[in-house]
Ligand binder design. Structure first.
Ligand code: ADP
Length: 492
């Protein structure tokens, strides 16, 4: 099957969040299963720099965007995955990240930028002379690609279209004037189209017009069909029936493997689990915390936004740190208020809390390897990756029972530890009280039942969340999306 994966980020070319991990890994896993999967991205300077064997394939004139773009082609730096880059320097060559300027403000022309990207994706999906390749399946990801399915609507030559929602909270909403300015077909402005409460919604393009829609865990797929988590789209998603499903993300075990991780001071595996402690000592040194092998060291890595529930951790800090042998390390960046609160907490407890504000992939490996437990108190979590890295690194995850966290971390109590089932701790409500309950249980297990703790960590390390299983499920989804595409083509 020829599969074109369209995404606005892909690791290791450019990354803002979990979408990049998926877009970078899924095509690799699909190719390992014998499929011809390729990637298409905007030509951000970071991506241009990293793509191997980059060459110009040709130019495309885009009618709605009223501009010409250049299509570049090459390979992912570390894998044999073909990549197409849509070059439009006025739109994509900027300081900042794919969505915001350096101060975190959305680019004022995001609608224009991603319309342009979608138009290029559409042209390639329909087969254009500069490419000599045409996909059977177009796999769009998140709102930035939502206009592609909308523009392919009613085109009987369209490939099968799959749209994946990585986070429903980001919808690509703009006003009616923007819709008019983009000169989109008027018929798309309707409740069965891109209109969403008098606004213009990119994500609806994907949800309404793709042949199959999925999100990144079965539990999140159920949650977003409820008023509480549906961000206003629960009715539409429920109405999709069996065209909507959840497929868990995998992780890249070549990158996240404690037995052969070049970024950690002391590699280890299940048989040499006691060596993990060396990483804790190194991490304490790195963050200027007292050397203390007995300490229960909690880690946190992630974007610092309300979604992630870092405020709940901050709320329990006085109680948590009232215990002598507890340390905690935070790494992340995001809202200024949360960043500031972390710095204040560090000033208050300088020998107990380590903070690194910023994005640092290599340091993330050291935190995963050096922590005993990992905190992930997300208010919602479509899939989540860090809990999966934690499981692999024998770093016991403490998670809120929501979305992908509920699907990947098993809290089956003491009995479940012995049978190999329990891999971490759950809590229910997004409240400091409930988080505190789970953290207390983790403290009890760590200090009073060290053998059981070790067993739980080893249970986690034995889990398999590799991409292969997820890729096989995507293949089934693609198969399902091919049927309507065939029907379209058979129409007179
Ligand atoms: P989200 O997509 O909501 O940000 P995920 O858990 O799905 O959350 O994925 C986040 C990805 O970004 C993970 O790979 C995580 O390790 C990484 N990440 C987030 N913040 C940082 C940071 N400050 N330093 C290093 N890696 C980070």
């Amino acid at each position: 099957m020829r599969i074109l994966v369209a995404s606005s980020e892909a690791h290791p070319l450019i990354k803002v969040g979990g979408l990049a991990d998926v877009a970078g890994s899924l095509p690799v896993a699909l190719r390992d299963l014998g499929q011809d999967a390729r990637l298409i991205l905007p030509a951000y300077p970071q991506a241009v720099k990293r793509v191997r064997e980059l060459r110009t394939l040709g130019d495309l004139q885009l009618s709605l965007s009223q501009t010409q773009v250049r299509i570049l082609g090459g390979l992912l730096p570390n894998r044999e995955v073909p990549v197409y880059l849509v070059e439009a320097p006025a739109y994509f060559c900027r300081e900042g990240n794919p969505y915001t300027d350096t101060s975190g403000r959305d680019w004022g022309d995001n609608a224009e930028r991603f319309l342009l990207f979608c138009e290029a994706v559409v042209r390639i999906s329909l087969g254009c002379p500069i490419l000599d390749w045409r996909p059977d399946i177009l796999h769009c990801n998140d709102w930035q690609t939502g206009l592609a399915p909308a523009l392919l609507h009613r085109n009987d030559q369209a490939p099968g279209i799959v749209f994946t929602i990585h986070n429903l909270a980001y919808q690509g909403l703009f006003d009616r004037e923007t819709f008019d300015r983009l000169r989109l077909p008027e018929e798309l402005w309707s409740l069965d189209g891109l209109e969403f409460h008098q606004q213009f919604s990119f994500i609806k393009g994907g949800i309404v017009f793709a042949d199959r829609v999925n999100t990144v865990s079965p539990t999140y797929a159920r949650e977003v069909q409820t008023l509480e988590h549906g961000c206003g789209l629960h009715g539409l998603l429920s109405a999709l029936g069996d065209r909507f499903s959840g497929i868990l993300n995998g992780i890249d075990y070549q990158v996240w493997n404690p037995a052969a991780d070049p970024h950690i001071p002391q590699p280890y595996d299940r048989d040499s689990f006691s060596l993990k402690a060396e990483n804790k000592l190194a991490l304490q040194r790195e963050f200027g915390l007292p050397r203390n092998e007995e300490a229960l060291l909690f880690g946190y890595i992630g974007r610092l936004f309300a979604q992630k529930g870092v405020d709940l951790i901050l709320a329990i800090l006085p109680r948590l740190l009232a215990q002598p042998n507890v340390q905690i390390i935070f790494q992340g960046s995001g809202e200024t208020g949360i960043e500031q609160a972390l710095l204040t907490a560090q000033e208050t407890y300088p020998d107990r809390i380590g903070v690194f504000l910023g994005y640092d992939e290599v340091r993330a490996h050291r935190i995963e390897a050096g922590s005993d437990a990992f905190l992930m108190p997300s208010r919602f979590e479509p899939c989540g990756l860090n809990q999966l890295y934690s499981l692999r690194y024998g770093t016991v995850p403490i998670v809120r029972r929501t979305g992908g966290l509920a699907d990947t971390v098993v809290d089956a109590g003491m009995a479940g530890i012995e049978t190999g089932k329990s891999t971490g701790f759950h809590f229910e409500a997004p409240s400091a009280e409930d988080l505190w309950g789970a953290v207390q249980r983790s403290c009890t297990l760590f200090w009073q039942h060290p053998q059981a703790w070790r067993r739980m960590a080893l249970n986690g390390m034995a889990q398999d969340f590799s991409w292969e299983a997820s890729a096989r499920q995507y293949l089934q989804l693609y198969q399902a999306a091919l049927a309507p595409a065939r029907e379209r083509k058979a129409l007179p």
